[in-house]
Design a protein around this ligand. Structure first.
Ligand code: GH3
Ligand code: MG
Ligand code: MG
Ligand code: MG
Length: 339
């Protein structure tokens, strides 16, 4: 067998974490794994395996059953518990991340396979290994061809899962992000508003919404052309995104030249403050708009509304209130904020 790894220099070889208290077995496993082109990290008990798992991030764990300090069964159970906790934190961080689908899928699919490699070959031990979540079971003395093929198969599967995850990530992005501005799109806006609504009803906390509409934008397109209009939308979107700074704020492209800022846990005064800073920053952009009758530059009209969500009311009440305020801002001459 040549010593050349089948993995190219650019692609990281699979990492195998070997936990076994028997030095000879570890040596033989290392030799066999390295022949396959894998990287190997060795530990000598279950406790060390748990510690190494976090830092090594192995693609596969080979776990002996009988080891001092912590046996393989206990270690296997705890490894899975760790994976579950990671999954839960991925799900609960969803609201700030349009990629929930992907986190969930990676949490479920990409969990590192654990193969028990042990001299125990009684039915009880085999049952126990699978009950604590082992992916596979191989008895000692090790049948090397069998181990080699099972590892290859598991690594291939992991590769497929990764590709599916990448495809899923791309889909989630397309479904939730506006292509022109990179902001959340209307669909994401609706979902986010609904989720926040439910959270805030339970917490009896306020929710604010700012609706912004570019003034005389039709004239801007007519005067400078549609591509220039697109660039203007990108710049305005970037300012909004920068100004809505709180962790839970969500800036969305609500419609053609309309933007929305959802601000959970924000009172009316706080929302008004943000709207004012947005207005000032848009003014500072100084995007020349010679056809505007309110300014030499691009301006926004804004409607701000705040509500304490209840089960009796709904997100559409908040949108209607902000929309009404926006209408009043337009009626009052544009480049204004109404609440
Ligand atoms: P008002 O001050 O009353 O808001 O006037 P307005 O001209 O901004 O409003 P109106 O609704 O009449 O026009 C909105 C314009 O926004 C018309 C439309 O062509 C333009 N628009 C919508 N989406 C896009 C886009 O993606 N790119 C560009 N360049 N223009 C867009
Ligand atoms: Mg042992
Ligand atoms: Mg409009
Ligand atoms: Mg407009």
């Amino acid at each position: 067998m040549s010593g050349i790894s089948p993995y190219s220099l650019v692609k990281k070889p699979p990492m195998i974490l070997v936990a076994d208290d028997d030095k000879i077995i570890r040596m033989l496993l290392r030799e066999a794994m390295e022949k396959e082109g894998y990287w190997v990290v060795e530990v000598t008990d279950g406790k060390q395996c748990l510690d190494a798992y976090e830092t090594v991030k192995p693609d596969i764990v080979l776990l002996d059953a009988m080891m001092p300090v912590m046996d393989g069964f206990t270690c296997c159970k705890q490894l899975l518990q760790m994976a579950r906790e990671h999954l839960i934190s991925a799900v609960t961080s969803f609201d700030h991340d349009a990629n929930l689908g992907s986190s969930v899928i990676s949490g479920l699919w990409e969990r590192t396979p654990i193969i028990m490699v042990t001299s125990l070959n009684d039915a009880e031990s085999i049952d126990r290994a699978f009950e604590v979540g082992a992916t596979d079971y191989i008895t000692k003395p090790i049948h090397w061809a069998l181990l080699r093929q099972r590892l290859r198969r598991l690594l291939q599967q992991a590769q497929v899962y990764k590709q599916l995850e990448a495809a899923n990530l791309a889909l989630q992005h397309l479904a939730n992000v506006d292509g022109l501005t990179g902001l959340a799109n209307r669909r994401r806006f609706d979902n986010y508003l609904n989720t926040q609504w439910i959270n805030l009803v339970q917490e009896n906390a306020p929710l604010s919404l700012i609706l912004c509409d570019i003034d005389f934008f039709k004239f801007y397109n007519d005067q400078y052309g549609h591509p220039a209009g697109d660039i203007c939308l990108q710049k305005v979107g970037a300012v909004l995104n920068y100004k809505a700074q709180k962790h839970q704020d969500l800036v969305a492209r609500y419609g053609g030249e309309e933007f929305a800022v959802i601000m959970p846990y924000t009172h009316a005064a706080g929302a008004m403050y943000v709207a004012n800073t947005i207005q000032a920053s848009i003014r500072n952009l100084q995007i020349v708009h010679s056809k505007s009758t309110v300014s030499d530059y691009i301006t926004l009209s804004m409607g701000v509304a705040t509500i304490i969500p209840t089960w009796e009311s709904s997100p559409s009440d908040l949108i209607a209130a902000a929309d009404k305020a926006l209408y009043q801002a337009k009626e009052a001459g544009r480049n204004q904020i109404f609440q």
